[in-house]
Ligand binder design. Structure first.
Ligand code: NAD
Length: 497
């Protein structure tokens, strides 16, 4: 059995305090064995990173950026290997994995502009012969904890920017599909990153807790579910660390009476069922305004949802793959059961799907549920599966009130031809990322990503301009070089001009 280890000081190590199986979710087979890092290995990773920091932070920003230029080339040259690893352990269809990786690479491209991003502010003569400037200094050793659903992209949201800002980075990938994350970290060495600047430690809660309590870690970036995001934010800040913790989601699309139903249908299909709905930006609820819009949408969606292909990652004709685990498969089916028991109408039922040649895979077929209400458990919680629920509202105000009342506020979208309605919606809705006829409004790498309400704990969003702020601290220097022989007297009052 192939073992998946840690990356410490440029080498892969297989220290373990225990092991955990890694599954191919399409076959249900165990395909690799994950080494769970002992506490000593985690501490070693941090001390190696701490030792590498002084030299790395003193490199000119342009030199750090050059590592990223080469890293981008290597990621592109190794796309196939990375997407195979994602497919084998996550189950994501190859074409979708390619999309994930490309969105990750765009963050590397943004990090290539480090020298420009890190330019400070300068003011000459803030007082007589006194100049002042502000600069962005790296924090030191920072850590990233990432979820299973984007094993390449979400780590790439974090470490390229952390590294070019002059920090050393410890990545703790998801224990369920760690191989792609480890592989992309290994490529950094080939790109010219000095050993010790980037480390990977594998494991679950014990490893995370060791990092959270470690005195030498300055900041945490977390992406995952809301209960864990809340826990990590609380514990990190209690230990005096900077933290951004992105959590779960329940993303609603409003379908207005004037919407182009054909367009809304095709956009909803991809956004609800792509990656089996295991995306934090998946559109899992459509709120229709008026019964006519609801009936038209259901009739347009039904056959198309029923004909979506679910299967293994290496057949590009599949629309989406299996869920990440047997446990998650049962959980998603349980949500469909609960919606039905609560009185909703299961229009297309994916609970009994079977995939030829993959009898033990963790599959759930595409599911469409109508007449869902806001009191149902299937509405209130994040399902994270290939399930699209329809909630019927009577007016746009009611539809917006439904979205605003939900605990999550990650992404949302409106389908309409009415510019005034779209403008009102984007201005007032209490959600962090908004699409207007754009179903997955994931910001590009030079904007930042983050939700509102229970979808984000902390102030700064992920990647983009906010990442530079998150991974640096500001220092302001005020300088005077007195001319020879000119000395000012002592003053005990607050200095003014
Ligand atoms: P998860 O919260 O179970 O795990 C995320 C990370 O936290 C993993 O590395 C895991 O090992 C670690 N972890 C799990 N339990 C822990 C504990 N008790 N203590 C400390 N660490 C722990 O999330 P997941 O199932 O891997 O990912 C899916 C979730 O992530 C969904 O809720 C999804 O919406 C969310 N997500 C959010 C975003 C976003 O940008 N907001 C992006 C991707 C995924």
């Amino acid at each position: 059995m192939e073992k998946v280890g840690h990356l410490i000081n440029g080498d892969v190590l297989f220290d373990q305090s225990g092991t955990q199986p890694i599954y191919n979710p399409a076959t249900g087979d165990v395909i690799r064995e994950l080494m769970l890092a002992p506490r000593d290995t985690v501490n070693e990773a941090v001390s190696v990173a701490k030792a590498a920091f002084p030299q790395w932070r003193n490199q000119p920003a342009i030199k750090r950026a050059r590592v990223m230029f080469e890293y981008k080339r290597l990621l592109e040259a190794n796309r196939e290997t990375i997407c195979q690893l994602i497919g084998q352990e996550h189950g994501k269809i190859y074409h979708d994995a390619m999309g994930e990786l490309q969105r990750g690479i765009e963050n590397v491209e943004y990090a290539c502009s480090a020298a420009e991003l890190l330019k400070g502010e300068y003011s000459k003569n803030v007082g007589q012969s006194i100049d002042s400037w502000s600069e962005h200094q790296p924090l030191g050793v920072v850590a990233g904890i990432t979820p299973f659903n984007f094993p390449a992209m979400v780590p790439l949201w974090m470490f390229p920017m952390a590294l070019v800002c002059g920090n050393c980075f410890i990545l703790k990938p998801s224990e369920r599909d760690p191989s792609a994350s480890l592989y992309i970290a290994q490529l950094l060495k080939e790109a010219g990153l000095p050993d010790g600047v980037m480390q990977v430690v594998q494991g679950g809660k014990e490893v995370v807790d060791t990092l959270l309590e470690h005195d030498d870690i300055e900041a945490f970036s977390f992406v995952g579910s809301t209960p864990i995001a809340r826990y990590i934010y609380g514990k990190a800040t209690e230990h005096g660390k900077r933290c951004q913790a992105l959590g779960g989601a329940k993303n609603h699309a409003i379908v207005m009476p004037d919407a182009d139903i054909d367009n809304a249908t095709s956009q909803l299909l991809g956004a609800a069922f792509g990656s089996s709905g295991e995306r934090c930006m998946a559109l899992s609820v459509a709120v229709t305004v008026g019964d006519d819009a609801a009936d038209a949408l259901i009739s347009s969606l039904t056959d198309k949802v029923a004909s979506l292909n679910v299967g293994a990652f290496d057949d590009d004709s599949n629309d989406f793959g299996p869920l990440i685990s047997r446990e998650h498969q049962l959980k998603v089916k349980g949500y469909i059961d609960s919606a039905e028991n609560d009185g909703a109408e299961v229009v297309v039922d994916g609970r009994q799907v079977s995939v030829d040649g993959y009898p033990e895979g963790f599959f759930v077929g595409a599911t469409l549920i109508d007449k869902v209400t806001t009191t149902m458990q299937s509405y209130q919680e994040e399902i994270f599966g290939p399930v699209l629920q329809i909630v019927r509202a009577k007016s746009m105000d009611e539809a917006m009130a439904i979205i605003d009342a939900h605990q999550y506020g990650n992404g949302t979208c409106i389908f309409t031809r009415d510019g005034e309605a779209a403008r009102y919606f984007s201005d007032h809705i209490r959600v962090g990322m908004v699409g207007i006829n754009v179903p997955l409004p994931v910001p590009v790498a030079y904007h930042s990503f983050g939700g509102w309400k229970q979808s984000l704990f902390g102030d700064l969003h992920a990647y983009g301009p906010d990442a530079m702020k998150f991974y640096t601290r500001r220092k302001t220097i005020t300088q005077r070089w007195p001319s020879a022989g000119v000395r000012e007297g002592t003053s005990f009052s607050m200095p003014t001009l």
